[in-house]
Design a protein around this ligand. Sequence first.
Ligand SMILES: C[S@@+](CC[C@H](N)C(=O)[O-])C[C@H]1O[C@@H](n2cnc3c(N)ncnc32)[C@H](O)[C@@H]1O
Length: 284
Amino acid sequence: MAELESSKKYQAKQEVFFDDGREIELLHFVYGKPNIEEIRGSPEKVLAAIDEYARTQKYLMNVGEDKGRIVTDLIAEVKPQVMVELGGYIGYSCILFGEAVRKAGGKKYFSLERNPEFAAVIASLVDLAGLSDLVKVIVGSSDVAIKRLHANGTVQRIDMMFLDHYKPAYTTDLKLCEELGLVGPGSVLAADNVIAPGNPPYLEYVRSTCEQKRSASKGESVNGVDKRFEDRTSKQYAKREGDAKLDETRVGNPNLIYESKLVKSFEPEGVPDAVEITRCVGEE
Ligand SMILES: C[S@@+](CC[C@H](N)C(=O)[O-])C[C@H]1O[C@@H](n2cnc3c(N)ncnc32)[C@H](O)[C@@H]1O
């Protein structure tokens, strides 16, 4: 695969690369643009302003244009009525995918974001993009939000889910959605950063057969993959918010049949990465 075009590259990632005031700085950058009235109501122009900040000012941990296209193409094909993203940050994926869901005739896009300051940035930029009717930003830890959305009947089924939050929570949150019946036959999952930084336990889970998953839920090992892994992002979350408590005992619904494939692309600063696309094609 070729390189990411240099004109598209975001600033390089430094040791500290989020939650240092840059998210509010981004709001001032966007709202301070001389053509703000032309930007208002245009998801494309809001995304372009965010990209401009990340290319000329400071890195932002957005999915970016290249990996984003993989998911927008998928949205156009799947036409989800309800889409959920885990991890919204400043709203880039929310605006890009929310607009794609709207164009595909979908009804609701839920952006789940644990950090209340980031969630406020998402809400502000979503409003600027004119997507407030479609997008609902939910502040809090993804597992708590998923349980509440299910319990109060707001979400009965997730047609598409974009996983882009605390890497170890990809598997536990997917299993939670399976147990609640939110993810089932017909649901499609797109998981970011499965190469950079990587997520072996998640890939192992979505690529396992039902039999392998049933064995794993009885405590037998599957494929011998080491389940311990860590990345810089997870460490930085932990520094501010304490170690996230994950329910490692979840078994999910091991009878769901998945077909899963890796689609290669780039992180917006040019590092090779990929999105894992997983389709639930039935139940045994
Ligand atoms: C990589 S960023 C998301 C980027 C965004 N999807 C985009 O492409 O524009 C990850 C985000 O997940 C949030 N996050 C981490 N753990 C979370 C959790 N358990 N529940 C909800 N949000 C979480 C972080 O605060 C951070 O904003």
